[in-house]
Design a protein around this ligand. Structure first.
Ligand code: DHB
Ligand code: FE
Length: 285
């Protein structure tokens, strides 16, 4: 059977992608950001997954006000990096895993979560920047990726509780797939940031670090945090953090297993307008 072996959490700041693509990652401003991912790049090489289930948000790129799926699973064979206004990022195309994605759609929908099935979708910085941070600049991404897009851009957004419960359903779905695949689940977006209005530039280090602490030790409690708390304390775009609860809900301790091992933890301010947070949790057997 397939198994979720680890979860990875990371911010997705678009300027990080631009820094890499334009050869600026060695500049003093960016060096400390990328340094936080040195361990992670080696870790991913040492712990290579067969498939990454990548929870992210689209930023009005593939979707728009014309159509707003709350949860969308990419079931296609491949996904092209999106043109977000400056041309597509010069990164590899994303190879999907239609067979596992279709199985997860079947299982999760039958567990009463209404997913939108997407067979054609360009993927924006929300998906490609986490891959760049974890993989660097390879000719091809190291394995197939199933994109799972969550609406955290246009209200109403899903609650942390629903995201956490969805993570549990995704774990059950993966573990009922009849092939011995090593699957990682990544939760991306966040941490605190606000891009518009009078509070633009808001960063809340205290909130972010408390979020990381509680995500590790008490995710069920953290899932009870109402959306308005994210907006008040972590800024309007801080709501992206509910996506981390999907990945956390898919870890085996939530289903009665042992607590995960914290393989890596990193926090850095600033990166563009965003606090960068990053965590790697390994399931223990
Ligand atoms: C920034 C962060 C984001 O999450 C995003 O989607 C766009 C911009 C920023 O910090 O600039
Ligand atoms: Fe974003």
């Amino acid at each position: 059977m397939a198994k979720i072996t680890a979860s990875v959490y990371t911010s997705h700041v678009p300027a990080i992608g631009a820094a890499l693509d334009l050869g600026k990652s060695g500049e003093p401003y960016w060096q400390p950001v990328f340094k936080g991912y040195d361990y992670s790049k080696q870790w991913l090489k040492d712990n290579p997954p067969d498939v990454i289930f990548l929870v992210y948000n689209d930023h009005a790129t593939a979707f728009s006000l014309e159509m707003i799926p709350t949860f969308a699973i990419g079931t296609a064979a491949e996904f092209t990096p999106a043109d977000e206004g400056w041309g597509p990022r010069p990164v590899p195309k994303v190879i999907g895993h239609p067979e596992l994605a279709a199985h997860i759609a079947q299982s999760v929908i039958q567990q009463d979560f209404d997913l939108t099935i997407v067979n054609r979708m360009d993927v924006d910085h929300g998906l490609t920047v986490p891959l760049s941070l974890m993989c660097g600049q390879p000719q091809a991404w190291p394995c197939p990726v199933i994109p799972f897009a969550v609406n955290v851009v246009q209200y109403p957004v899903p609650s942390g509780r629903r995201c956490f419960e969805l993570g549990k359903a995704i774990r059950k779905a993966v573990e009922s797939f009849d092939k011995p695949l090593n699957v990682q689940i990544w939760g991306t977006g966040g941490m605190s940031h606000q891009l518009q209005g009078p509070r633009a530039g808001l960063i809340n280090k205290e909130f972010d670090n408390a979020f990381l602490d509680q995500l590790i030790t008490d995710p069920a409690g953290l899932a009870g945090k109402p959306h308005i708390d994210y907006v008040r304390e972590a800024g309007s775009e801080g709501i992206e953090l509910v996506m981390w609860l999907i990945a956390r809900g898919a870890m085996s301790d939530v289903a009665g297993g042992p607590a995960p091992k914290v393989a890596h933890r990193f926090y850095h301010v600033p990166a563009s307008n965003t606090a960068v947070g990053h965590l790697i949790l390994e399931n223990q057997t």
